[in-house]
Design a protein around this ligand. Structure first.
Ligand code: NAD
Ligand code: UDP
Length: 308
């Protein structure tokens, strides 16, 4: 199949491309290199079944493909808050153009949505039926509300134009190739511990997250794309940890003498987050295989190779 991956030079997109290339597909990677890098996909440059397109999805583009994995959008708060209006354009205009492309060529379209659609949740763990608690004027809204509109667009293109959609709600994912300056918690703690700098815990560290290793997530995305269930469907690892617990685990694995420093909690930082993955396990037969410890070991090794 000819498969388009938007945001393919980014963290998750490049791991997805690795799997799709290994499966023998013809892959088009589209990216504007805002947070993505050529080095993430350079091993495929000489492969005739791989094509790299430098393009910003806030402008339309015409391509002929069978499937679209739509991942283009910065995922880390520091990057998506750097230019919030651009983040909204990427989620709204960009998703509209990619859905238009899928409609024109009758391609199946998978949206990489997010657990952020649940905002700071009142229901725990979060099932797909939960409608969320999002502050539409807060600092995270450009991303949260952007993704909520992206989901709405996907469902309206499905109802009105019969586009064959899939919607994945991805929970916190980590692994090799995260940027050193990514700003998310796993990469920050690993980089800080390797650099012998104190680990920055925001707030008192009692807020929780559930961390999914990237290879598990990629299997879930491919499983959803090739399944009849359209979603929205949660993809994440239900293992829930407080940020303080995570800091202590990473410190123990890299440098047990490292200090922790407490910094202000960012505005609207969700207090807890854990996926209910009943639907993913029922409809896709999917559940994560990699434990936090194993995943962190692989991620730390990747950062060590890059830091040194
Ligand atoms: P990332 O920032 O590494 O990747 C995003 C990619 O999209 C980058 O390569 C970037 O250059 C590209 N991009 C951004 N804006 C673009 C534009 N206007 N035009 C073309 N390309 C553009 O992030 P990631 O962690 O790989 O996330 C990928 C997707 O998964 C995103 O849609 C994100 O919202 C979603 N997601 C990720 C997580 C996570 O924990 N990593 C959680 C929930 C959802
Ligand atoms: N966080 C932290 N220290 C850091 C970076 C993040 O304590 O150096 C916290 C952050 O406040 C949040 C959690 O870790 O409570 C996860 O943050 P991240 O940016 O990774 O993802 P998100 O908040 O989007 O889930």
């Amino acid at each position: 199949m000819r498969i388009l991956v938007t945001g393919g030079a980014g963290f998750i997109g490049s791991h997805l491309i690795d799997r799709l290339m290994e499966q023998g597909h013809d892959v088009l990677c589209l990216d504007n290199f805002y947070t993505g890098h050529k080095r993430n996909i350079e091993k495929w440059f000489d492969n005739p079944y791989f094509e790299l397109i430098r393009h910003d999805i806030t402008e339309p583009i015409r391509l002929e493909v069978d499937q679209v994995y739509h991942l283009a959008c910065p995922a880390s708060p520091i990057h998506y808050q750097f230019n919030p209006v651009k983040t909204i354009k990427t989620n709204v205009l960009g998703t509209l153009y990619m859905l238009g492309l899928a409609k024109r060529v009758k391609a199946r379209f998978l949206l990489a949505s997010t657990s952020e659609v649940y905002g700071d949740p009142d229901v725990h763990p979060q099932p797909e039926e939960y409608r969320g608690s999002v502050n539409c004027t807060g600092l995270r809204a450009c991303y949260d509300e952007g993704k909520r509109v992206a989901e709405t667009l996907a469902f309206e293109y499905h109802r009105e134009h019969k586009v064959d959609i899939r919607v994945a709600r991805i929970f916190n994912t980590y692994g090799p190739r995260m940027l050193k300056n990514d700003g998310r918690v796993v990469s920050n703690f690993i980089v800080q511990a390797l650099d012998k700098k104190p680990l920055t815990v925001y707030g008192d560290g009692s807020q929780t997250r559930s961390f999914c290793y990237v290879s598990d997530l990629v299997e879930g995305l491919i499983g959803l794309m090739n399944n009849d269930y359209i979603g929205p469907i949660n993809l994440g690892n239900p293992g829930e940890y407080s940020v303080l617990e995570l800091a202590k685990i990473i410190r123990e694995m890299i440098n047990p003498d490292m200090e922790l420093v407490y910094k202000a909690l960012p505005q609207d930082d969700p207090r807890k987050r854990q996926p209910d993955i009943t639907k993913a396990s029922t409809y896709l037969g999917w559940e994560p295989m990699i434990s936090l410890k194993e995943g962190l070991e692989l991620t730390i090794r990747d950062f060590q190779q890059r830091v040194s």
